[in-house]
Design a protein around this ligand. Sequence first.
Ligand code: F0G
Length: 385
Amino acid sequence: EPLCRSGVWRFHELLPFAKPEQIVTIGEGQTPLIETDGVGKYIGMDPGRLYLEYEGMNPSGSFKDNGMTAAFTHARTIGATKAACASTGNTSASLALYCCSSKLMQAVIFIGSGKISYGKLSQALDYGALTVQISGDFDDAMHRVRQVSEKLGIYLVNSVNPFRLEGQKTIMLRVLESLNWEVPDWIVVPGGNLGNSSAFGKAFHELHTLGLIDRIPRLAVINAQGANTLHELYQGRGLRWNEGSPDQSIIDKYYAELDAAQGKADTIASAIEINRPVNLIKCLRALDCCDGVVREVTDQQILDAKSQVGANGMGCEPASAASVAGAKLLREQGVIAPSDRVVCILTGHQLKDPTATVAYHTADQDEFERVLGSRGVSRAQFANR
Ligand code: F0G
């Protein structure tokens, strides 16, 4: 049965919005949970306590396929013919793959200028998606695609789409399944548009309500320092879910400050280079449900962590390594204990962004720090070094 071959639709009872015959799947979600003492030692864990959930093994090379299969299935139920997204590269690669595989919809992709890795862009182009580059960054592209899709009635597959998050819940179901339904102490995940963290919170809330788990793991969401809206609002300014009434004035004030300073997100982890996460409020709910913490890590910490993941035989793109860097930081701060059972999510494959990897391993230290330190350095400039 095709549904059994999908790591998402094996759990279709927990995503009850489509009939089995309507499901669109390309065999996503067959991803391993890997116990690794090598990376565990780097973080400071006791042996046998650190696991990496390797979502880069999805058909398009990132966790996005978990959500895309659900969005496509929903789009089919309503008969949509075109689908759009703004993307830092992975959502667009996933959308383009599902479009050309299923032949159900035509893909329209909005990307910001300059800040998309060639690995990701080449996927969208090869899969035949209409790809529009706009002047501006991801936040500008997101704004534009929301306007365009509303005006033209195009189906939007960014994680503002709640069906995407239903699919992404299954990442946690597979983690629990791999651990024989023994709940880990921590889930550590990079934070960009905050879709994953929101979906994970919803998954745990539902599983707990259904009585399938007896406790809820703690959630750690890790921002890159150059794109740290959640960290600033949650840790810095005390923004909380507050039983469904988060203080909107804290958010408005922060965004007004960003506008005034013309603050643009800037990090080597281009996948999470986002200043205005669309799932901010849902993520607050997840943090509330999972006794969450938020941390920020530097580009240097991200790339150091990434090289450790690679050196232990896995490999991931920079944004994914934020989870490992964040776990190390939380361990150093004593928030995570060495004996805790910790699961870090590796969201995207190593081959997504080889430029960052090669630069890290070849530049001499002074040069590397100079490049990292000069804010606003474009991908092309970086590639030319
Ligand atoms: N890791 C990778 C590899 C990503 O591509 C993204 C998001 C994230 C982490 C952040 O996840 O949004 O659930 O907090 N990439 C989006 C994109 C924005 O357009 O591909 P999140």
